[in-house]
Design a protein around this ligand. Structure first.
Ligand SMILES: *Cc1c(COP(=O)(O)O)cnc(C)c1O
Length: 375
């Protein structure tokens, strides 16, 4: 059994995907082919924002957003402590300080009360200028943007929505990747909407930021190719990836999202009486980047993971280490006591095999095995 069966996905959709790739091979227009702009139009329409700028990966997408806002030395950006490394990495990469914030034990997203406390604390200590918050839609569920927006407005912070795992999700009738002043996503193969290599995108309603980001992503280009007006980077999405995404996107919205939600429902039905299953809050729609359960402690998790493995069932820990404990951030000297929830989650979470091409039977088998190990 595969944790996320991309081979099965390819087999199901081989004709469309092969055709899309072949058309790029025939045109040999590998860089900035017409598929790239076509994809940007489809994605911005779907998400409901004015601009989509594709780029090389989800990490660059985050960095491009910070660059557009001019975030740099002396600035502070608030980042959830329980997330993928890139969210903190980009902040430090532009010279600013990441201040990590503990998360909610049910949704795994940033704890908004603790976020506000962290902002006040930075202001009180005069420890840098609060500039932005990176709100992450972890495992597919959008963060609490109503509350995040209130705090951000009160303190004059930009919201950067990291929708790398959240593309396809929604809060009410508003889609993920539209909640930030700038929002980003990743098309890494295992994300909800994945390409066949690296890819990413930035979304915004701002004409000015969109223009800046388009320039930064192509060596800070000005009016023409060899006119460079900023120090930027080389972060284009290549045409092959855009073509793959154009082929996969309709399948994602017409079929995969619904299937993911149906299958997640099965898991929860089988498991909710014996273990802590994912909590999707009223009014939220998840794109199910992961199906993540919580064990009581590290010992229980280790045992369960071993038992599942013996039964041929893979499982993965997202994430084993809080951001504030990463060696790369050692210079910032965080207080471990500020992160009780994240510290506990890193010991207790476990993500189960999950993807829209699983069968109900597979979900049932995994659930039964898991029950057998726990009871
Ligand atoms: C995957 C991921 C990223 C980075 O995306 P890449 O395309 O791999 O650079 C950033 N943030 C989160 C939350 C992610 O899951």
């Amino acid at each position: 059994m595969e944790f996320r069966d991309l081979k099965r996905q390819y087999k199901h959709n081989k004709a469309e995907i092969d055709k899309a790739i072949q058309s790029v091979l025939n045109s040999v227009n590998f860089i900035q082919g017409k598929q790239v702009r076509e994809l940007e139009e489809e994605l911005s329409d779907y998400v409901g924002v004015n601009h989509c700028i594709t780029c090389a990966n989800g990490t660059d997408a985050l960095q491009l957003a910070l660059m557009a806002w001019g975030v740099g030395v002396g600035d502070v950006v608030f980042v959830p402590d329980f997330t993928f490394f890139a969210c903190g990495e980009v902040v430090a990469a532009v010279g600013a300080k990441p201040v990590f914030v503990d998360v909610d034990n049910d949704t795994y997203n940033i704890d908004v009360c603790k976020f506000e406390r962290a902002v006040k604390d930075v202001i009180k200590k005069g420890d840098g200028v609060p500039k932005a918050v990176i709100a992450v839609d972890l495992f597919g569920q959008p963060a609490d943007y109503h509350k995040i927006r209130q705090v951000a407005d009160q303190y004059g912070l930009y919201i950067l929505e990291d929708g790398a795992q959240g593309f396809g999700g929604a809060l009410g009738d508003q889609r993920a990747c539209s909640f930030g002043d700038i929002s980003t996503t990743s098309f890494f193969p295992a994300k909800p909407l994945g390409c066949y290599g690296d890819g990413g995108a930035v979304f915004t309603n701002s004409d000015d930021w969109a223009k800046l980001i388009r320039s930064y992503a192509v060596h800070g280009k000005g009016e023409s190719k060899y006119d460079n007006v900023y120090i930027g980077m080389n972060s284009r999405m290549d045409t092959l990836q855009a073509a793959v995404l154009l082929a996969k996107f309709p399948i994602f919205i017409q079929k995969e999202l619904g299937e993911s939600n149906r299958l997640a429902g099965y898991y929860t039905k089988y498991l909710e009486d014996i273990i802590k299953t994912p909590v999707i809050k009223e009014g939220y729609y998840s794109s199910w980047a992961q199906y993540t359960i919580q064990l009581r402690n590290g010992q229980d998790r280790k045992y369960l993971q071993k038992m599942l493995k013996e039964n041929g069932i893979p499982s993965v820990v997202y994430y084993p280490k809080p951001m504030h404990r990463q060696t790369a951030f050692a210079e910032f000297m965080y207080d471990d006591l500020d992160y009780p929830v994240t510290n506990a989650l890193c010991e207790s979470v476990l993500s189960l095999p999950f993807h829209p091409y699983m069968t109900e039977e597979e979900v049932q088998i995994i659930s039964e095995r898991l029950k057998g190990c726990i009871l």
